[in-house]
Design a protein around this ligand. Structure first.
Ligand SMILES: [Zn+2]
Length: 435
């Protein structure tokens, strides 16, 4: 862990002509791109700046970083995580005041386009900011290939079943939670008074069916995600979810561009799902923290799987906090684009390399072979981010209430008459026989 005295000063790293561009924000943080006309300091190379918002309810960055370095990073290999380093922000020099005011100006310039509930929030007066790897899609990628990358973000969530789930569960934690979310949205929508043009509909069942149709469906069974390495059908289901840019997938998936089935980027993603070891490491880390040595109330050692329902309010639950932190991370995938210049610049030169045509002459075959060879050497870049410590003391009651609902209202266990999707736990072996 860097000690405060060794943390670099942002003002000293920036050239005199610096400025900031707003990139994005969450409830507690804002992300900026650093703009400079000259070559940046090596520490700033390919980095974005993350700054806390004023009055945000979150741990301070010194503790966030300390936790990430001591508890999260040791669970992974080099290159698995979106790297983050602290920089000093808070001393009262003229340049540092300028840094804050330019960040605030960058936020103000996009005010009308911000999410409604985020408007008006400002950069906090804080001692530390954080430099994080820039995972945005680039025009060309570092590991060869050139062309346009696609950035795919998704939340793997619970890669193992909840330790609190009933033994007769037919749904994984993710599918159970997605069904609950769908159920609540449906109820809310049905309680709204019908719009004027619908007010002539006499049939409640019809209205219910129409509402069900209009609601987005849940997205990703993460048991399928893990099984993607060995089961072709699971991989196909995951691919169809991850490459769907429609709003129905947006609760856990974000995509900069559509990935057409069979395209080069689709094949690269499929290969990553089949061969990656990153999700396995994440699963093992989640599992390890679900199954710590628990002590019973008399202080005797007792091996017991621990979920949030076995945690005691008012006590430290470090394993649970870490498991919940690992369940809320984001997986960033940068998928290299087709080789050569961007499609627009190639217009008239034969179209995109990934497009198949029916031309099976020798030249066509030779080109395909070259493309295959080139594709072999290109890889998806995958990293996990958003791994700030969860504040279990503040959240335990919420986690427990949600888990209770999932159990008590049957979201883990009830069969549905007309299921729009099925969880991997719900499927029979016969469904997967072909694999
Ligand atoms: Zn599932």
């Amino acid at each position: 862990m860097s000690t405060p005295s060794t943390i670099p000063d942002l003002a000293a790293l920036l050239a005199d002509d610096f400025d900031f561009k707003f990139v994005g924000e969450g409830a507690a943080n804002i992300i900026f791109e650093i703009i400079q006309s000259q070559e940046p300091d090596p520490l700033l190379h390919d980095k974005l700046l993350r700054v806390p918002k004023a009055r945000a309810i979150a741990l301070d960055y010194l503790h966030v970083q300390e936790y990430w370095e001591s508890s999260v990073r040791p669970l992974f290999q080099d290159g698995d995580l979106v790297n983050q380093v602290l920089v000093h922000l808070g001393a009262c020099s003229a340049k540092q005041n300028l840094i804050i005011s330019r960040m605030q100006a960058a936020v103000s310039s996009v005010e009308p386009t911000r999410r409604k509930d985020f408007r008006g929030s400002t950069v906090g007066e804080t001692e530390y900011a954080m430099l994080v790897d820039d995972m945005r899609a680039a025009r060309s990628n570092i590991k060869g290939g050139g062309g346009f990358e696609i950035l795919l973000e998704f939340k793997p969530k619970w890669l193992t079943q909840s330790p609190d789930a009933p033994a007769n569960a037919i749904r994984c934690r993710n599918c159970a939670k997605e069904w609950l979310r769908y159920h609540d949205k449906l109820q809310k929508k049905l309680q709204k008074p019908p719009k004027l043009q619908q007010s002539f509909t006499p049939d409640d069942k019809l209205q219910r069916r129409q509402t069900q149709k209009a609601l987005p469906l849940p997205v990703l069974c993460t048991i399928d995600l893990l099984n993607s390495s060995s089961c072709i059908k699971a991989r196909e289901r995951v691919l169809s979810r991850l490459t769907d840019p429609s709003p129905t997938s947006r609760s856990t998936v974000a995509l900069t561009n559509a990935i057409p089935e069979g395209s080069r980027q689709w094949r690269l993603l499929s290969r990553w799902l089949e061969g990656n070891s990153l999700l396995k490491r994440l699963e093992l880390a989640q599992r390890a923290n679900d199954d710590p040595e628990h002590l019973d109330r008399n202080g005797r050692g007792k091996r017991k799987r621990g979920g949030c329902l076995t945690a005691l309010v008012g006590q430290e639950n470090p394993e649970l906090d870490l498991a919940m932190t690992l369940r809320d991370c984001t997986c960033f995938l940068r998928i290299p684009g087709p080789p050569g210049p961007p499609p627009l610049e190639r217009a008239g030169a034969g179209g995109p390399a990934e497009e198949d045509d029916d031309d099976d002459d020798e030249q066509g075959e030779a080109a395909a072979t070259e493309q295959d060879v080139e594709e072999e050497s290109v890889e998806v870049e995958a990293k996990l981010g958003d791994l700030d410590k969860k504040n279990g003391a503040a959240k335990l009651a919420t986690w427990q209430a949600l888990e209770r609902r999932l159990i008590d209202e049957g979201f883990y266990t009830k069969r549905r008459p007309r299921a729009e999707w099925t969880c991997a736990l719900e499927r029979t072996d016969e469904d997967e026989d072909e694999d």
